[in-house]
Design a protein around this ligand. Structure first.
Ligand code: UD1
Length: 429
């Protein structure tokens, strides 16, 4: 078991480089399944989830190479890929379900393990299923697997989404590009990662109108061809660095960060007293000596991203005044709040709101990462806590952040990884 130890007190200073988005590259890798042959993805982050998706694709018969130094992934897709995503992989990474759409479209059948419980709330699959059924697939559950079949192919249809789900929009888009006729996805998600996927599909020969809007119109085509595509920059990682800079009163240049994909979070940081300067290279955040408390409510894009909500709580915990942080997407995302309370934060949860009363500093303690973002936000909270904070579950952070510890150290933080002996729970020598 690995953990991250961070000493409080540093003002982060320097530069970080943001790579391609986790939430995009995983779907782009799944999207490669739509065309036989050799596709190439550029600016791929070296994170655990990419390795899990690579393993999933290998088990489907693909050859996957990941050059971590060059940040390139190549995927060779066979003429007849497999159709099964094992429980072992889906449990390790829920985004494994994004092979659902491409495989049912390409192979006519897919068996994907049901993801089951999730650390950030019971995330349903109903919208994915209803959409595939609207396109003519039959779907049933068999021994823990969701089985979707369309042996004679999919047929375009009107698919109104009850909620602009990112995952459902992406799965249905990847299914519709090879369907016969026209599909209209209404109330589609507009996240930059959805746009990135749509643009890659167009480069593969798909016909999609309305990219970036809530109404995607897809004309099905007979086949797609392989592609070379650069992954859109990770706005959540960029936003994490922005919050870390603001919370520590630091000065960080986020190279490659897309300010246009972070309008609301960066506006919130300005309201908190930070200076945010965007240019072609990225953006720079200069934190105030002490931030002012700012209310935040998460919403689908272009609203405030739920993935940055824990960072807003962490910043609020050391701000001047009180803020209400509202989570509108995932019910269990406040599990992070119990952990940040262990660091002395004055936080009170009421339903899907949390009232945060700022304190000058937090107080270092051992805490547990419950998911990727909670883990990284606890490290940020550790930076504004007296003494040492130990974040257990560094593996969660590795799923979405490339070398968080090394990057933080480069910005002047005192931080290190340590290994804990599983049997005794004591620090290994
Ligand atoms: C993706 C992101 C995640 C981000 C989220 C919202 C990836 C790998 N993950 O997750 O980091 O926090 O978007 O921006 O890209 N829902 C249903 N039924 C469904 C589908 C979704 O009820 O069939 C609900 C979920 O329970 C949740 C909400 O819709 O409450 C949002 O989920 P969704 O947009 O699908 O998020 P993900 O694609 O799972």
């Amino acid at each position: 078991m690995e953990r991250i130890e961070v000493a409080g007190g540093a003002r982060l200073q320097g530069e970080v480089t943001v790579r391609g988005a986790k939430n995009s590259v995983l779907k782009l890798m799944a999207g490669c399944l739509l065309a036989p042959g050799h596709s190439t993805l550029l600016d791929v982050p070296d994170i655990l989830d990419v390795r899990i998706m690579a393993e999933l694709l290998r088990r489907l018969g693909c050859t996957v190479e990941h050059d971590t130094g060059a940040h390139v992934v190549t995927v060779d897709v066979p003429d007849e890929p497999g159709h099964r995503a094992d429980y072992e992989l889906v449990r390790a990474m829920r985004a494994s379900i994004s092979v659902l759409g491409p495989l049912v479209a390409r192979v006519g059948r897919v068996d994907v393990a049901m993801p089951g419980g999730d650390a950030i709330g019971s995330r349903g699959l109903d919208l994915h299923v209803a959409g595939l059924e609207a396109l003519g697939a039959t779907v049933h559950v068999d021994h823990g697997y969701l089985v979707a079949q369309a042996p004679r192919g999919l047929t375009g249809a009107e698919v109104p989404l009850a909620f602009p789900s990112v995952g459902a929009t992406e799965n249905l888009l990847m299914a519709a590009v090879l369907a016969t006729g026209t599909t209209v996805l209404d109330n589609a998600a507009r996240e930059p990662e959805v746009v990135d996927l749509a643009e890659m599909l167009v480069a593969m020969g798909a016909r999609i109108d309305g990219i970036g809007t809530g109404r995607l119109v897809v004309e099905g085509v007979e086949g797609l061809h392989p592609v070379e595509h650069r992954v859109v920059a990770d706005r959540v990682v960029a936003g994490s660095w922005a919050y870390a800079a603001a919370a520590t009163g630091g000065d960080v240049l986020v190279r490659g960060g897309r300010a246009d994909h972070l309008r609301l979070p960066l506006d919130k940081l300005r309201a908190a007293g930070a200076d945010v300067l965007a240019d072609a290279a990225g953006f720079r955040v200069v934190g105030p000596r002490r931030a002012q408390a700012v209310d935040v409510a998460t919403l689908p894009y272009p609203g405030f991203p739920t993935d940055l909500q824990p960072f807003a709580v962490a910043l609020g915990a050391v701000s001047l005044g009180s803020a209400v942080i509202t989570e509108n997407l995932f019910e269990s995302r406040f599990r992070f709040v119990d952990e940040v309370a262990r660091l002395g934060a004055d936080v009170r949860v009421d339903g899907h709101h949390v009232l945060v009363r700022g304190r000058p500093r937090l107080s270092g303690a051992p805490v547990v990462a419950t998911d990727i973002r909670a883990g990284a936000a606890l490290v940020v909270a550790g930076l504004v806590a007296d003494g040492v904070t130990t974040v257990e579950g560094a593996g969660h952070v590795d799923r979405g952040y490339e070398d968080l510890v090394g990057t933080l150290a480069g910005l002047g933080a005192q931080v290190r990884r340590s290994t804990v002996d599983d049997a005794t729970g004591l620090l290994a020598p």
